[in-house]
Design a protein around this ligand. Structure first.
Ligand SMILES: Nc1nc2c(ncn2[C@@H]2O[C@H](COP(=O)(O)OP(=O)(O)OP(=O)(O)O)[C@@H](O)[C@H]2O)c(=O)[nH]1
Length: 876
């Protein structure tokens, strides 16, 4: 059960009162108990003393009376029994005080007793304590208590010595005293001490016995002792006796008032405590009512932090102070909340707070913006992350929370077209050792990640490049050297370079140039590009392509610079070699009688020699960098296009080009050779053109001669064969006829008129048959006196027959040779053929048939022609 503060205050008030009063009561109780006991003891002591004194006085009285009574008794009286008896009976004091009296002789014999004893037997008391005491001390002696036989009561015997005038011992006068008689103890034994206490008289000595006790059964019984622990026992000696008077008050009677006082006190405390509790409750309830109101206000404020506060701020005590302080605190809190909200919303960092289940309970504008969420707020749990991502993220968060550590992660989010890279830092929110949730920041590192990537790439380039990359402060001390620079300078990969100066790696001239030229240029323009020299770790000096970049600080002043150097010694040597080779090549190309041009893979001229310029009539300035089409037009481009394609495909080609250039009727032999790079790729081609016009003419002449019969000037056998082959390949040829001619009886000409005459005849015959045919027909001398005529484009087969007849006729006409009229004849074999689609006659077969027809004409008697009977198609 929850106790309210009022109830607690009531309980505490009551408890305090009870405790206070308990303490007081306890002290009181202790003092009361002590005082009561002391008082009771004092009262009891006074009473006991009074009783003991009274008893002593009474015994004194008995002694005095007995002693006084004994004085008159002398020897005479002792010897006169009747007088003695009368004396005893008349002695009023004895009669009043003693139950009986007796006289004893010095030897202890009882001489008489009053009243008389019934049995009359002699009694000797010489051994009795009272007799012995009186005889020895000469004083009154008291016996130990004894039980009276007569009245069954405790009694004592008192004896007074009897003395003669000379002081001799005459015996004793004795008297019996009942202890409980009125004039001795009276009702002392029955008198209570307090309400339940009692008096008792105990003898002193070795074996104490009760002389008086309320319990008569104990009379003359040995003392039991054994009083209770809290009993008050007061002891007083009784004068003239060996008795001790004891007043005994039992403990329970002693404690009874104390216990009663305790009970009363407890009751009082209980009542008082209850009353105090009620009063405290009421008082606290009233006093704490503003606190209750403050509590309600706090709860209302927690439920709705922006709602107005209802507080009692007018009270002029601590409650008012508390309310006012709380009001001020809330106002301050609201102010800080507004500040925090404003700061967090203004923050470029995304801020968030999430519950233990990962649901976002707060997110600032930057967070929402980065996640592409509207500024209204995250709303539902999990809105910030896909469930699968959330579970994994939560698992890692909780694991980190157990280690009391934060966690970092990078995630990508896509909203709209934008893909953003976000860096998330999350830390557990632990309050009093309990995980209450997570807080974290989110940073959009898209640009930075990209920049990091670029920087990584740049660093990778710096690491991988063979160029030297160096950074130095303005005083020239190095900040950074890339691996290539370190290798060149023989500095270990991890050795410090801060103490090295850039000038160590350059000759003096470069250092001077740096101060005079490079640094001022960098200050003004930010960058300097040029060529310097570097000295490597072995002391070798090399030409370097050198770029110096200046870096400026935020104040715009030059802070440090970077330098990129490349050892270009090899390149320079290569370039020189290339220049030398180019010069050599130029000389060579100028020296050879050919047109040389180099064309790049883009079809543009890179180089032409002087022969090229002369041949084409253009200066190289108009050619270099342009294409064939641009320089020589479309037609020229198309003439060479196919060959160029082949050479660019990697084939070396050679072809002739006639009628090229302004010098018409000239011929060129062109060699195109691909320009191969080291990797075998084709970078263009080299064209070498030779002027073969004269060579062509010469060859043509030689060819013509090789096909001409030297004697007659008509075609020879090869010429005929060539012409026949061409005709048979020409589909426009149509019908053709081959006439084989052999002179009849030619041999006698030679034999009779000499070989010369024969030659002349042959020449004349050739002229005659040449005149018979059209210019497009061919006349040939096959050898000796054999001729042939090849007729093409025959409109009809009969034309061949007619020509053959004319040949026979022409041969039969006489030949005028050196004044002689010589006669020969001719036999002709004719064969016809037609060149048609799908039918191309075989030249060898045609010749064989023509020859066969000639043979038949000869066999038939000469001077005739024989036409092959075959049809056109059969001839085919
Ligand atoms: N003058 C001259 N005679 C030649 C030439 N070539 C060959 N002859 C001769 O021509 C003659 C040809 O022989 P044939 O055709 O058998 O003589 P033929 O008298 O005409 O006999 P048939 O044809 O049977 O009538 C031979 O005597 C050859 O020596 C030449 O170039 N000039």
């Amino acid at each position: 059960m929850k106790l309210t503060l009022e109830t607690k205050a009531a309980w505490v008030g009551a408890a305090l009162v009870v405790a206070l009063m308990g303490v007081v009561g306890s002290i009181q109780h202790r003092y009361i108990a002590r005082d009561v006991k002391t008082l009771l003891q004092a009262q009891q002591a006074a009473l006991a003393e009074s009783v003991a004194d009274s008893l002593g006085d009474k015994v004194e009285l008995y002694r005095g009376v007995l002693e006084l009574s004994a004085t008159p008794i002398d020897a005479a009286l002792l010897s006169d029994e009747p007088r003695l008896r009368r004396f005893l009976t008349r002695a009023t004091g004895l009669q009043a005080l003693f139950e009986g009296t007796f006289v004893v002789s010095p030897s202890g014999d009882v001489l008489l007793s009053e009243p008389r004893r019934g049995d009359g037997r002699p009694i000797n008391v010489a051994d009795r304590d009272y007799f012995v005491g009186a005889m020895r001390t000469g004083q009154v002696s008291l016996s130990a208590p004894v039980m009276s036989r007569v009245r069954n009561q405790a009694a004592v015997l008192m004896a007074a010595p009897l003395r003669a005038r000379d002081g001799s011992f005459l015996g004793v006068l004795g008297g019996g005293i009942e202890i409980e008689r009125d004039n001795l103890l009276g009702r002392l034994g029955a008198l209570p001490v307090g309400r339940t206490g009692h008096y008792e008289i105990v003898t002193r000595g070795g074996t104490p016995v009760y002389v008086a006790h309320p319990d008569r059964a104990l009379l003359l019984q040995p003392e039991r002792g054994g009083y209770g622990a809290g009993d008050i026992v007061t002891r007083k000696a009784v004068r003239n006796t060996d008795w001790e008077l004891r007043a005994v008050l039992p403990a329970w009677e002693v404690e009874a008032p104390i216990q009663q006082a305790q009970r009363r006190l407890l009751l009082q405390l209980t009542l008082l405590g209850g009353a105090m509790a009620a009063l405290a409750w009421l008082a606290m309830h009233r006093l704490l009512r503003p606190l209750t109101a403050l509590h309600q206000a706090m709860r209302a404020w927690r439920a709705s932090p922006d709602a107005p506060l209802r507080l009692q701020t007018t009270l002029r005590d601590e409650r008012g102070d508390l309310a006012r302080e709380f009001e001020a605190m809330v106002k301050e809190w609201r102010q800080r909340q507004a500040e925090v909200a404003a700061v967090s919303d203004a923050s470029p960092l995304g801020l968030f707070r999430a519950g233990v289940d990962g649901a976002i309970t707060y997110a600032n504008d930057a967070y929402l913006r980065m996640h592409g969420l509207p500024p209204a707020g995250p709303g539902a749990p999990g809105l910030w992350m896909a469930p699968d991502q959330r579970d994994a993220a939560l698992a890692s968060w909780r694991e980190a929370a157990q280690r009391r550590e934060g966690v970092r992660s990078v995630r990508c989010v896509q909203h709209g077209d934008r893909r953003a890279t976000l860096s998330l830092r999350c830390a557990p929110l632990v309050v009093d050792g309990r995980l209450e949730g997570f807080v974290g920041t989110v940073e959009d590192i898209t640009e930075r990640a990209a920049a990091d990537e670029r920087l990584k790439a740049v660093n990778a380039i710096f690491d991988a490049t063979t160029d030297y990359v160096v950074q130095a402060r303005l005083d020239g001390h190095l900040i950074y050297m890339n691996p290539a620079a370190r290798r060149a300078a023989r500095i270990g990969p991890h050795d410090a370079v801060g103490h090295r100066h850039f000038s160590e790696f350059h000759p003096v001239s470069v250092r001077e140039r740096f101060a005079a030229e490079i640094l001022p240029h960098v200050r003004q323009h930010g960058v300097w590009v040029g060529e310097t020299a570097v000295i490597d770790g072995s002391g070798r000096e090399a030409v370097a392509s050198h770029i110096v970049l200046g870096h400026r600080g935020s104040d715009g002043r030059l802070s440090h610079f970077s330098a990129m150097l490349r050892d270009v010694s090899g390149e320079r040597a290569t370039q020189q070699e290339q220049r030398r080779q180019a010069a050599t090549l130029r000389s060579v190309t100028e020296a050879i009688p050919a047109m040389v041009a180099a064309v790049g893979h883009d079809g543009r001229y890179r180089f032409v020699n002087s022969a090229f310029e002369r041949w084409h009539g253009v200066s190289r300035d108009k050619v270099i960098g342009r294409t064939v089409r641009e320089v020589f037009g479309d037609a020229e481009h198309r003439r060479h296009e196919a060959w160029v394609e082949r050479v660019l495909a990697g084939e070396s080609v050679r072809y002739e080009a006639g009628d090229a250039g302004p010098q018409a009727q000239r011929h060129l032999l062109i060699n195109l050779v691909p320009l191969r790079l080291d990797d075998a790729s084709i970078d263009g081609y080299v064209s070498v053109g030779y002027d073969i016009s004269e060579h062509k003419e010469h060859a043509a002449r030689l060819e013509a001669l090789s096909r001409t019969d030297a004697l007659t000037g008509v075609l020879n056998r090869a010429g005929l064969q060539h012409r026949l082959d061409k005709l048979l390949q020409d589909r426009r040829c149509g019908q053709l006829a081959l006439l084989y001619i052999d002179l009849d009886h030619f041999k006698p000409v030679n034999d009779q008129h000499g070989h010369q005459a024969g030659d002349t005849l042959l020449r004349q015959f050739a002229q005659r048959i040449q005149a018979l045919v059209r210019p497009t027909d061919s006349v040939a001398r096959l050898g000796g006196d054999e001729f042939a005529i090849l007729l093409s484009h025959l409109r009809e087969p009969g034309n061949a027959d007619r020509v053959a007849g004319k040949v026979v006729e022409a041969a039969q006409r006489p030949f005028d040779i050196d004044g002689l009229r010589l006669r020969v004849g001719a036999s002709v074999g004719v064969v016809l053929a037609a060149v048609e689609e799908g039918a191309r006659p075989d030249a060898t077969a045609l010749i064989a048939q023509a020859d066969a027809m000639l043979y038949q004409a000869k066999r038939a008697g000469r001077g005739r022609h024989m036409l092959a009977a075959s049809t056109w198609s059969e001839l085919a």
